[in-house]
Design a binder for this molecule. Structure first.
Ligand code: MG
Length: 431
């Protein structure tokens, strides 16, 4: 019997947006509903710093374009959505498109009765090794945090130390703060700055971080893998020096030692040091990573899946990087929904050139909203065998945590956007 497959293919009946912030970070989920009863899928379109813009990009622009299309034509739908705005690859469009794209992969998995990693060819490994964040105001606190995490089974640890009276990135301490996201300005009397806001001086940070690495190797030994994120805070020449200076500490990788605007410096860095380099968290456009990959100027690509438009482009990108010996290390902080993490994990398991994944703990409220999220154990993240992403979004629970939930002060005023950090003289710092 010949099956008329086209007639049987479900079509897109509706595209909805679910906004939720169970831990105060604004997460955007796109739900694609088909014309087949009970068949739908979820995708991650989280752009937490401009979260409110993703909904209209989905509902006003992608929805009318895509209603009625057959759900099994994922690549075609992706290209149609990308071309529709004429000017392409802006972060809002890419996130909106990612929401739809991941939802279609979820639907395909549900139709096949398979987890998405199986649709990508199946496992290359049993689970994905994770690196975890250790931070503190003081070096001793960083080491204590790293020792605790090592005892839990983590073998890869990112270490970040605070800088007294400065806004160091992601040290997690009280006197300093991470990324301008929860600033408590100390004022010029404490910082010595020509302004009263959060202050950061890159050379001071670089010296302090080198002291931290010295102590980490002395106390933690040689066997632990150490990572660090400079978070594009260094001017390019200082970044070059820093990459050279940390070489003797044998990092697993040094991340974002240059800002995206300074990627031309990677060619120089390659000539000067063997420190493994990770880059790409802020990339949106293929033109940004092509040269770095083809010329083997970086070791790990840190793309944020939804910022490049979802699984469809990222899977191809994984194949491109494999051909040039570059490993994957998809960006995976708390401002990626568990659906986005599940998509990262599908690639982690199915791609031979997996490098490492970023660990994030799914707190109780997150698990309440996203039941079925992947499970971590002993420093690894494991996929479930449920079809698609294996996650059912609890929309009632999601509604309990609207955008703005848990926010206060500057972050509330900026609707989840980041505030300002400035040099001592008042110059804006990239963060
Ligand atoms: Mg980073």
């Amino acid at each position: 019997m010949v099956v008329d497959y086209c007639m049987a293919t479900p079509k897109i009946r509706d595209i909805q947006v679910i906004e939720t912030a169970p831990v105060g970070l604004r997460l955007t989920v796109v739900k694609v509903v088909t014309d087949q009863a009970g068949l739908y899928g979820y995708g991650c379109g989280t752009f937490t710093q401009r979260a409110e813009l993703v909904r209209p990009a989905v509902t006003r622009y992608l929805r009318p374009l895509l209603l009625g299309k057959e759900v099994d034509r994922i690549g075609d739908i992706w290209h149609a959505g990308m071309q529709s705005s004429y000017w392409r690859n802006d972060p809002v469009l890419n996130n909106a498109l990612s929401g739809v794209d991941l939802a279609l992969w979820d639907i395909k998995g549900r139709m096949a009765g398979l987890p998405v990693y199986q649709l990508l060819g199946g496992k290359c490994r049993e689970a994905a090794a994770c690196y975890v964040h250790a931070g503190g105001d003081e070096v001793a606190a960083v080491i204590a945090s790293a020792e605790k995490l090592r005892a839990e089974g983590f073998q890869y640890i990112r270490v970040q130390v605070g800088v007294p009276n400065q806004a160091a990135y992601s040290s997690g301490g009280g006197r300093t703060y991470g990324g301008g996201r929860a600033p408590a300005a100390l004022g010029r009397a404490a910082t010595g700055a020509l302004h009263d806001g959060p202050m950061f001086e890159p050379a001071v940070y670089a010296r302090r971080t080198l002291q931290m690495f010295e102590a980490c190797r002395e106390k933690l030994g040689e066997e632990i893998e150490l990572l660090h994120d400079a978070h594009e805070r260094l001017p390019a020449r200082l970044g070059l020096q820093f990459a050279k200076d940390v070489e003797r500490f044998r990092l697993f990788f040094l991340e974002d030692v240059f800002a995206p605007e300074d990627i031309g410096y990677f060619r120089l860095a390659r000539k000067l040091t063997s420190t493994p380099l990770a880059m790409g968290e802020l990339f949106n456009h293929p033109a940004e990573w092509g040269e770095l990959v083809r010329e083997r100027l970086i070791d790990f690509l840190r793309i944020h899946l939804s910022q490049v438009g979802g699984l469809t482009p990222a899977w191809k990108l994984a194949a491109l990087t494999e051909a040039f010996g570059v490993k994957t290390a998809w960006h995976g902080p708390g401002d990626v929904s568990p659906i986005g993490h599940a998509a990262n994990l599908a690639l982690d398991l199915a791609c031979p050139n997996f490098g490492i994944r970023e660990f994030v703990a799914f707190s109780e409220p997150v698990q309440e909203v996203f039941p079925g999220a992947p499970v971590s154990k002993g420093g690894y993240l494991y996929a479930t065998e449920a079809p698609g992403w294996g996650i059912e979004v609890n929309e009632k629970a999601a509604a309990k945590y609207p955008f703005g939930y848990g926010e206060s002060g500057e972050r509330q005023r900026l609707h989840g956007g980041w505030g300002e950090v400035r040099r001592r003289d008042g110059t804006i710092v990239k963060q």
